[in-house]
Write a protein that binds this ligand. Sequence first.
Ligand code: HGY
Ligand code: MN
Ligand code: MN
Length: 424
Amino acid sequence: MAAANAVQNASFGEEIVRRIDDLAAISEGSGNLTRVYLTQALREAADLILSWMREAGMSAHLDAIGNVCGRYEGERPGSPCLMLGSHYDTVRNAGKWDGPLGVITAIACIADLNRRGKRLPFAIEVVGFADEEGVRFASTLLGSRAVAGTFDESVLNARDRDGVSMRDALVQFGLNPDRIGAAARARCELLAYLELHIEQGPVLEAQDLPVGVVTAIAGATRLAARLTGMAGHAGTVPMALRRDALAGAAECIGAIEQFCRTDVAGLVGTVGYIEARPGATNVIPGEVSFTIDIRAPTDLHRKRAVADVVRQIEAIAKRRQLALQLDVTHENRTVPCAQWLKDQVGEAIAAEGFSVFKLPSGAGHDGMAMVDIADIGMIFVRCRGGISHHPDEHVEPADVDAGARVLLRVIENFRPREGSAGAG
Ligand code: HGY
Ligand code: MN
Ligand code: MN
């Protein structure tokens, strides 16, 4: 048995790593990995993933919002499903594991079942969500929200940096914005949603463990800020007479960092994007836009922190006579993983010979949307140095193997929650 196991493991890790590289080769730019929502690169990636799903014995299609969806029937066609998945979009200048590892590993597990001709008492579906990161339209979890039936149609009017609306981008991608509702699934169709994802933090590495059980996904608030002052000649306007929007933004950013450093442990605040206009060396910036991302261990802490940061930004803008426009573009509550799924993930990890370690996720995931129609579980896989959202993001092949073996064990030993549709 050990030899067979070794052979199986070898094909698991190597095949997954090869596909991670194949998918990472599909990017908008040549110099780095960037594959945001509804771009040609995302379309090519979708076609490649759909082909892998079909090779694995699944029926596969692109749904109404651009998610890639594969289904591996159970013993009885049409049964409720255990839904696996993650996202296949990326941030800008991304690492190649964040999202794709969960999608590709799930497909590898189905391919293994299919090779063995094994069918289970329930169906298995794999979804590659099309926009978990929310890079292009500033609102995140768009694909999983459509599946959960909670997509906010007002986002269709959101525009990207080039002024293209989500509605127009969907049409250019070959989809019909008026049919997004068709992507929604009913709670009775799902037994659970289970996602394998890199940890994106240093905890598993510090514990010297390849995998871990996720306890909850931290909530997050994203805001868009715009400060408007007065553009002017850099050489002639005295400092005391300026309403410099960029200097004002700089003070706000410093205040956000200082507040998040000194408030409750675990509170994090990030300004990830800033744009100053008109953007010339010899012109005082008249208008600045920037984003704010606030997260905390509890929703109460996060909401208090957002209120405090908003108060500080408003005071700075007033003192500097800058007009302030501040909008919440995304808000997600902290979402717990279901105990019965944590138990089954823990059993699989122990059966693979690893200590069972539980940890929360500071990063957001599609489970934050999927929890509206199913209990959720997550498996974390160690990534080197905890680095993520960066080209240095890396997972060792042995850890890829460990994650795949744990996921396959959870699938093959899966027991629906007592009383659920598929509990037999
Ligand atoms: O921002 C996040 O936490 C996730 O990576 N989208
Ligand atoms: Mn991410
Ligand atoms: Mn992710």
